[in-house]
Structure formats: C-alpha cells, structure tokens
Ligand binder design. Structure first.
Ligand code: CA2
Length: 149
C-alpha cells in the first residue's frame, strides 16, 4: 500500500453541522471523514484524517506528512487567511498540497478572498460542501497514483 493522504482540518471545523448550515451544510466532520474514507478506499488508498483548533499542532502534522504522507489535503479554515507559519510549513513538504474549502471564500467577504495556503497549494477545491473534501482526496490520489507494475 502506498503512503496515506493526510486530510487536515483547521479551527472550529470540529463543530461542523452545528451552525450556519446555509453556508457549510448539515454534515458533521465525522460525516466528512466517512465520505473521504469511502472515496479513498474506492481508489485503493488510505487517509489519515485529523482536525485541530491549534496552529502549532497543524504545523506538527504538516511536518510529519513530509515523511509519512503521499499528499496533503488541507482545509485551513480561518488560519488560511492569517497564517504565514502554516504557509511556510506547507512550502517545505515537497508533496502535493490540495487546499479545500466547504464554501467558496472568493464569493464571500473580502477578507476571505486571500488565503496564504493557496501560495503553496498544487490546487484548490472550494464551494461544494462536504464534496469539496472528496474531490480534493480524489485529486490528491490522482497526483500520487502508485506506478503500475
Ligand atoms: O469554507 C470553508 O471550508 C472555510 O475554510 C471555513 C472557515 C472559514 O473561515 C473560511 O473562510 C472558509 C470557517 C470554519 C468554521 O467552522 C464551522 C464550524 C461550525 C459550523 C460551520 C463552520
């Protein structure tokens, strides 16, 4: 089996489904995890799915992914708009980085239009609710498909 795809979620996403369903949908982060696991499994891949409210913990996991992961899918949540430290960590990973968002930040308030993470991302998936994560896992799997024997 190839290395897993790390799927990382940032602050407050542990509360997904509990508020603003008109923006973020009704699904919980556990629902999102199940969708990602099913999509990865259908593609013959494994994921490591984690969420943290702490910038440093996310950075520790990004650094861990340098050795242990084939690719990173990350929804940095609010940190995407603020964290140069997460950008710096992502720039050092040397594996594909797919940024994903449940909503489409480009269609929302001006302060959401820029994300630092995009500067290190191979690509971005936004605006499809929980399906953004599934599509991002699929993109990550496609970019890191193990060579056929
Ligand atoms: O659309 C996204 O996925 C975001 O990354 C979500 C962030 C927001 O700051 C970004 O601009 C776009 C906010 C996450 C808040 O977490 C929630 C918690 C409970 C219910 C809904 C969202």
């Amino acid at each position: 089996m190839s290395k897993p795809i790390y799927v990382l979620s940032g602050p407050n996403l542990n509360l997904l489904g509990a508020r603003e369903p008109e923006i973020y949908g009704h699904q919980t982060l556990e629902d999102v995890q199940r969708l990602c696991e099913a999509r990865a499994s259908a593609l013959g891949r494994e994921i490591v799915f984690r969420q943290s409210n702490h910038e440093g913990e996310l950075i520790d996991w990004i650094q861990e992914a340098r050795e242990k992961a084939a690719a990173i899918v990350i929804n940095p949540a609010g940190y995407g708009h603020t964290s140069v430290a997460i950008l710096d960590a992502l720039k050092m990973v040397g594996i594909p980085v797919i940024e994903c968002h449940l909503s489409n930040p480009a269609a929302r308030e001006a302060f959401r239009h820029q994300t630092y993470v995009s500067l290190a991302a191979t690509g971005v998936v936004s605006g499809f609710g929980a399906a953004s994560y599934e599509l991002a896992v699929e993109a990550a799997a496609g970019l890191t498909r193990p060579a056929a024997k």
